[in-house]
Design a protein around this ligand. Structure first.
Ligand code: SF4
Ligand code: SF4
Ligand code: FES
Length: 250
């Protein structure tokens, strides 16, 4: 290893002080909060899922010295800063309405009736400010108040259900549960019906694949792997008119 490389490793290994739930730890400055907590001796048995910024399990709140602001972030994505005071919110309780989804029709009135607290929103925008996914939370709440389920589903699409918005809401809304209902309603009732999906579902119900599945289940592991790897594959260039020669099990 050259001297330059040695120096770089030394710099990378520099530590900074952080405070986890009020206790001071020295941790390498390049770590994410999640890795820093593990470095400090914490073991995640919950409050950690994907480690990739998509599951919403690692909501973290922190403050910086001399700064009045409360900061939020995902522990698996946010890099530590000197003297930050942090704690995690592995779960934030928010009331989820009880409903039988199959009985809904996709009307705005259903959202209003299941979540009347929608109208408690005071448009303070605190929810948008804390969202680690930069979702325009206040906007999707406003869209829902106007009855625009489709727009709210679109605006909230990147929500990972971390719950941070609910933690800061002056109107005590469970924003992320309401947005999830909007996305479900859009997917089930407001989007165009996919005819080929319907055809496939009825093919399954009619037992078209029963023999194929039984045959696959009876294979030993090696035969199953071979069958999978040697299957006829769609060309990489993607031709619209392509169909497999053997389509019995498709
Ligand atoms: S909308 Fe709320 S629950 Fe969804 S990612 Fe943003 S802060 Fe988290
Ligand atoms: S934090 Fe609550 S009250 Fe404020 S804008 Fe968001 S939903 Fe409305
Ligand atoms: S562990 Fe999944 S978002 Fe951080």
């Amino acid at each position: 290893m050259s001297e330059t490389e040695t120096k770089k490793v030394t710099v990378d290994a520099d530590t900074i002080p952080i405070f986890i739930m009020g206790k001071k730890y020295e941790v390498p400055e390049s770590l994410t909060i999640m890795k820093a907590m593990e470095y400090a001796g914490y073991k995640y048995i919950r409050g950690c899922g994907c480690r990739g910024g998509v599951c919403g399990a690692c909501s973290t709140v922190y403050r910086k010295p001399g700064d009045y602001k409360i900061y939020t972030g995902l522990a698996c994505q946010t890099v530590v800063e000197p003297d930050m005071y942090l704690t995690q919110l592995p779960f934030y309780p928010a009331l989820r309405a009880d409903y039988n989804f199959a009985e809904l029709k996709g009307n705005p009135e259903e959202v209003f009736s299941l979540y009347p607290e929608l109208f408690r929103c005071v448009a303070c925008n605190a929810c948008t400010k804390v969202c680690p996914m930069d979702v325009q939370v206040m906007d999707y709440i406003a869209q829902l108040k106007r009855g625009d389920i489709e727009a709210a589903a679109e605006t909230s699409f990147d929500c990972i259900q971390c719950g941070l918005c609910a933690s800061r809401c002056m109107g005590e809304l469970p924003q992320y549960h309401i947005a999830q209902l909007a996305r479900r309603l859009k997917g089930a009732y407001l989007m165009p019906i996919s005819e080929h999906l319907n055809t496939m579902v009825s093919n399954i119900a009619d037992g078209r694949f029963t023999d194929c599945i039984a045959k696959a289940k009876a294979m030993d592991l090696e035969t199953l792997k071979k069958t999978y790897t040697e299957r006829e594959m769609e060309p990489a260039t993607g031709e619209e008119s392509w169909t497999p020669k053997e389509a019995t099990c498709l």
